[in-house]
Design a protein around this ligand. Structure first.
Ligand code: ARG
Ligand code: ZN
Length: 450
């Protein structure tokens, strides 16, 4: 679901050609692939603790955007045992992070086709300076998936770029003493011969990096917040925090609905697991906290991403401030609302006193560079950009802009230009200078820039 460069390019009479191996993202040029659009991933995965073995079949339902002689999936997981396209064995070749699939016959333009990839082994934990470890991580008693930004390919043969969102179905089989969680709505667990299969279904389009799997022992709490099902799972090590994490998630979700419009998904909750990742990830509908119990602000941040980043997605990673600056600003709003001695204005002023090349203000959030894409300034100066906007346009236009952004782009996409255009339309003010200075101009923005 989404646009890729090849869209609509199928000129009549053109011979079938291979799909591109990347989408040309400025930071991750080989992430994603050209020539097709994925609608659904069906993940059937079995986990065996002995030897940490994973046996999986992933079915990728996609639509060809032009006639394809072959196409790529992003994949850097364990050994592939079989690839089929529409039920027929297909040729495949691994080239670094790419899996090139050549079906028995070319796929026609506009055709729906289904690729099934089976693999067996242990998916890799990826590491990257600035990102830490991500992809597939081992936990004490199972595994945990956190794949932002380009780590889904560690375990999911996919079109691994947020510009192609899809629905997901999971069937995860584990020894009956363990549990398995993923995104979205649960199905009924089925136990047979000492193995339990857990079913999960994410019905809203989801970026591949937001797909999660958590396997292990967990204590669990379920409730309803209006129509939204709340499921919180906590490693037994953190069992004392289960109720607090669950209740805070519900409380912050309710508060954010008043500000930004209806919660965009059918379920919510949290997964607190033991791998010491040192970060949380806003995995769709059920954020993951890796190795720590989150405080309120952390939960507010990850829940804010459900609107800003998950429902309204990035088309390119360079716009990461639209995720992190927004979620950080929502933390500030929470503090303003719940702490008499705090306000977004005060928090902004504290950072504004720092020097222009302090980590809070540099590099610029609109062009942080790949290594700094999750750097402090993307979060802080990104949030300061929103505070500058609020001061310039006033509360009414500011909150209307955030809300309209979430509502109009629900289950869709946003980029920086589109946000600026909306802010200008909503406020009736010319804002390109403000955004240019705050997002792209090195050094501390002058006082007249808001
Ligand atoms: N998006 C996460 C957050 O909300 C940060 C994830 C950082 N990613 C990583 N691979 N370390 O803070
Ligand atoms: Zn974040």
């Amino acid at each position: 679901m989404g646009l890729t460069p090849g869209a609509g390019a199928g000129a009549m009479g053109r011979a079938a050609e291979p799909g591109e191996s990347g989408l040309g993202d400025g930071y991750f040029p080989t992430s994603g692939n050209g020539g097709y659009d994925v609608g659904n991933y069906k993940v059937d995965l079995k986990f065996t603790p002995e030897g940490h073995q994973v046996e999986a079949t992933v079915e990728v339902k996609a639509k060809a955007e032009r006639e394809l002689s072959s196409f790529n999936l992003d994949y850097r997981g364990p050994k592939i045992t079989k690839v089929t396209v529409d039920g027929q064995a297909a040729e495949y070749e691994r080239k670094g992070r790419e899996l090139v699939v050549t079906p028995a016959a070319p796929i026609a333009e506009g055709a729906a086709f289904e690729t099934a990839v089976s693999y067996t082994g242990t998916p890799p934990t990826l590491t990257n300076p600035g990102l830490g470890s991500y992809g597939w991580s081992r936990s004490k008693d199972g595994a945990l998936v956190t794949a932002q930004p380009d780590g889904a390919s560690a375990w999911l043969p996919s079109n691994d770029h947020p510009s192609d969102k899809a629905t997901f179905d999971f069937a995860i089989t584990v020894p009956a003493k363990l549990r398995a969680y993923a995104n979205g709505e649960p199905g009924r667990p089925v136990t047979e011969n000492g193995l339990t299969t857990y079913h999960w279904h994410e019905r809203s389009p989801m970026a591949t990096y937001l797909a999660t799997i958590a396997i292990g022992k967990f204590v669990e709490r379920r409730s309803k917040a209006g129509k939204v099902e709340v499921i919180t799972a906590v490693d037994p090590k953190y069992r004392k925090s289960l109720k607090r994490v669950h209740d805070t998630t519900v409380k912050t979700m309710r508060w954010q609905q008043k500000l930004f419009g209806p919660y965009p998904f059918s379920t919510t909750g949290a997964i607190v697991d033991d791998p010491q990742l040192g970060y949380a990830l806003e995995t769709q509908s059920r954020p993951v906290y890796g190795g720590f119990v989150p405080d309120e602000a952390f939960i507010v941040h990850e829940i804010a991403h459900q609107w800003f980043g998950n429902s309204v997605s990035l088309r390119r990673w360079e716009d990461i401030w639209l995720n992190e600056g927004f979620a950080t600003y929502v933390e500030w709003l929470w503090k303003e609302r719940h702490n008499r001695h705090e306000s977004t204005r005060k928090i902004f002023n504290r950072y504004y006193r720092q020097s222009g090349n302090s980590p809070a203000l540099s590099p610029v959030p609109g062009r942080p560079g790949r290594k700094e894409m999750f750097g402090f300034s993307v979060y802080i100066r990104g949030a300061m950009t929103l505070e500058a906007l609020r001061r310039k346009v006033g509360d009414r236009a500011f909150f209307r802009t955030l809300r309209t952004w979430a509502v109009e782009n629900k289950d869709g996409y946003g980029d920086t230009e589109k946000f600026i255009a909306l802010a200008e339309k909503t406020s009736g003010k010319q804002l390109d200078r403000l955004f240019k200075v705050w997002l792209y101009q090195k050094g501390k923005p002058a006082k007249n820039s808001w």
